[in-house]
Ligand binder design. Structure first.
Ligand code: ADP
Length: 287
């Protein structure tokens, strides 16, 4: 287990008229190698939760254990925690500031006090991981790039820290379909090839269904649902109660089954639906 939260509570502006309980008794475990989708409405507590995981916010009460380390204890080493848990904020490209892409990605590793050679290796590898050509782009200004490319530079800056856990808060927000597919493809590859634990905050049911193996649903500061991707999306009624949906294709298959067709209604992607429909038509044809 790489992350464990025990009775975690967080209150913004305690004892003021603006007091707001943002996290209410959260208990969660995330295993090493999980790809977790974190869902929930705006204001449900997702950002507050992920900022706890790399020590940016200290809980009002409760425990946070990261890779065996109690990060809420007085002795906790925040630098070490931030190295272990990389957090990519929403619109991370707003935080680019160096005059070259190389320098921007090297910023974190440099702060760790690493040798120049190691920094070079890490920058190169991180650029490869996000699909940016090292030789071609390293000396260019990040500000010359497209929106999607800038975002990939920002993600590379976090990857260059070699985190064990990567948290991405709405990594596709504001990108065009091509930029979105490129980023999501890179994230999927990172997960498959680097074995990194990923937490993806997203509003897109389609993206979540396609990528993650576990889902956590937040609602009003609490964990409302938690489980394997298919198990969570099978509970369409409960998701609807919270005001969330299921992937369009899952919804379609549920309706189709409702009309008396004996098909699986737990499919998550268009590919799965296609396969199931072909099988169904074959079964019917043979009957
Ligand atoms: P999400 O990421 O799911 O949109 P947040 O974690 O941002 O949710 O917010 C959870 C709750 O905490 C919301 O009610 C929000 O208004 C409140 N909140 C978030 N940030 C602050 C802040 N800096 N000061 C006061 N309240 C905040």
């Amino acid at each position: 287990m790489i992350i464990r939260l025990e009775n975690l509570n967080y209150i913004y502006n305690p004892n003021t008229p603006f007091e707001k309980k943002a996290l209410d008794d959260i208990n969660l475990s995330i295993e090493e190698g999980d790809f977790v989708g974190l869902m929930g409405h705006t204001g449900s507590g997702k950002s507050t939760l992920v900022q706890h995981l790399n020590g940016l916010i200290k809980p009002t009460s409760g425990k946070i254990i990261i890779d065996g380390m109690d990060i809420t204890s007085k002795e906790a080493n925040l630098k070490e925690i931030r190295q272990k848990v990389g957090l990519v904020f929403q619109y991370p490209e707003h935080q680019l500031f160096e005059e070259t892409i190389y320098k921007d990605i090297a910023f974190g590793p440099k702060n760790l006090g690493l040798e120049e050679e190691e920094i070079h290796k890490r920058v190169k590898k991180a650029m490869e991981l996000v699909g940016l050509n090292f030789e071609l782009l390293k000396d260019r200004s990040p500000f010359e790039l497209s929106g999607g490319q800038k975002r990939r530079v920002a993600i590379a800056g976090v990857l260059a820290m070699k985190p064990k856990v990567l948290i991405l808060d709405e990594p596709t927000a504001g990108l065009d379909p091509k930029g979105r597919d490129e980023i999501l493809g890179r994230i999927q590859k990172l997960y498959e090839e680097e074995g990194i634990t990923i937490i993806l905050v997203s509003h897109s049911m389609e993206d979540i269904a396609r990528l993650v193996n576990r889902i956590i649903v937040m609602h009003k500061g609490k964990v409302a649902m938690e489980g394997k991707t298919r198990e969570v999306f099978e509970q369409a009624e409960k998701l609807q109660e919270i005001g969330l949906g299921i992937p369009q294709v899952t919804s379609f298959m549920r309706e189709y089954k409702g009309k008396g067709h004996q098909v699986r209604d737990d499919v998550l992607t268009v590919e799965e639906a296609k396969e199931e429909l072909i099988n169904y038509l074959r079964r019917r044809g043979n009957a």
